[in-house]
Design a binder for this molecule. Structure first.
Ligand SMILES: [Zn+2]
Length: 399
């Protein structure tokens, strides 16, 4: 029998108030929080939170952070101790489809990663074969984590391409062509027999950093994923902004140079044609030869190689100018740089910051902090976990 968190919360109808449900939702979507943080986020008194937390604790819906996974006596009332949902109430699977890998993470409802597995894919892999690989890897991960399938709330999966929330199909993307037009949520759902949510890697990286990493506490966060493609995600008030059909934040396709190279989207001079890894490597091909890799570029730049530093500095300027547009439109308090190129963050930041301050309205970016993502190559799989936690009330048929 599948046991959902919302079923647990509904076992005693009539005993839950709106505040109980809001505490459950906050712990589910944001992870461990103290009583003081809950009181602030819900704008209620400490006494109210103590009553709500006490009831949920007695019902076994939540545990104190330090008690998670232990059978020790509760240490109720310590204001600084983080609270989490009861980890035994359910689990979530997060999947990241990259150009050359698939990664699977299983986490519990206390936001603890139980296991993580990764497998390589061919660069021109067949999408359906990759979905089967991911499904098999997810089954292995659940077994390794000792999680009963009946306790899985859902599966999240990230792909480097636009995903329509209207049709579930993948648009033209930087991943292998066999993905385009596919409905991966339906296909993966049929393979696993579980509800699946698919989103693009920019959105999921943003959710992950805001929940687990460099974006924690941000009011308006802009996440930029710099790698083979250029993706982004906007999180406002803890919620992802997806636009009307799921394709907001296509930052990589802002027109930067009307006379520039033709982009894979069909337009000319998109940001991605200037600052993606293939674009940067192409600038160095004459000097470095065809075997020059992204790792070579970053390592040599960090060692002070003049041409490599120049290419990254120019990319930083371009990014800063493009981010100035977002600064004026969104007035973010946090910009997070993730993806493979984040390894060169220390070189990118000075020109990025200088162009951002030059091109944006001063008061629009006065408070913005530009930082490096903390989650590295795990960001998308973790974001896939978070997106399921955000949607789990709906997945349980109660939202
Ligand atoms: Zn484009």
């Amino acid at each position: 029998m599948r046991v959902h968190l919302m079923d647990v919360a509904a076992q005693q109808p009539g005993t839950r108030t709106e505040n109980h449900e809001r505490v459950i939702e906050l712990l589910r979507t944001r992870g461990p929080l103290t009583r003081a943080e809950l009181a602030r986020l819900l704008d209620v008194s400490r006494a109210t939170i103590s009553n709500v937390v006490g009831a949920l604790y007695r019902d076994g819906v939540i545990v104190e952070g330090a008690d998670a996974g232990t059978a020790g006596p509760p240490r109720q009332g310590r204001p600084g101790t983080p609270l989490t949902l009861n980890p035994s109430a359910g689990a979530v699977v997060g999947i990241d489809f990259g150009h050359t890998h698939v990664r699977v993470i299983v986490a519990d409802l206390a936001h603890t990663v139980l296991t993580e597995q990764c497998r390589e894919l061919e660069r021109d892999h067949d999408a359906r074969e990759s979905l089967e690989t991911a499904a098999a890897l997810a089954e292995e991960a659940l077994t390794a984590a000792g999680v009963d399938r009946g306790k899985v709330l859902g599966v999240g999966a990230g792909l480097p391409g636009p995903v329509s929330t209207l049709t579930g199909t993948i648009g033209p993307s930087s991943i292998a062509p066999s993905w385009v037009g596919l409905r991966p949520a339906d296909e993966l759902g049929a393979l696993l027999g579980l509800p699946v949510i698919v989103d693009n890697v920019g959105n999921l990286g943003a959710l992950a950093e805001v929940t687990w990493g460099a974006g924690r506490g941000a009011q308006v966060a802009v996440y930029v994923k710099l790698g083979t493609g250029v993706g982004a995600g906007f999180v406002m008030g803890g919620r992802l902004f997806r636009g009307s059909c799921g394709t907001a934040a296509e930052f990589g396709h802002l027109t930067i140079d009307p006379a520039g190279a033709v982009c894979r989207c069909g337009n000319r001079g998109c940001l991605e044609t200037c600052v993606s890894l293939p674009a940067l490597l192409a600038q160095l091909r004459t000097r470095q030869g065809p075997g020059f890799t992204a790792d070579d570029l970053i390592r040599r730049a960090l060692d002070g190689d003049r041409a490599c530093v120049r290419v990254l500095t120019d990319a930083g300027h371009r990014l800063g100018s493009a981010l100035a547009v977002l600064g004026n439109l969104l007035n973010p308090d946090r910009v997070i740089i993730g993806g493979d190129l984040a390894a060169a963050f220390d070189i990118l930041l000075p020109p990025l910051r200088s162009a951002l301050e030059r091109d944006a309205l001063p008061f629009a970016v006065a408070q913005v902090s530009v930082c490096k993502g903390q989650l590295g190559e795990r960001a998308v799989a973790l974001g896939s976990v978070v997106t399921v936690l955000h949607a789990s009330a709906r997945l349980a048929g109660r939202g």
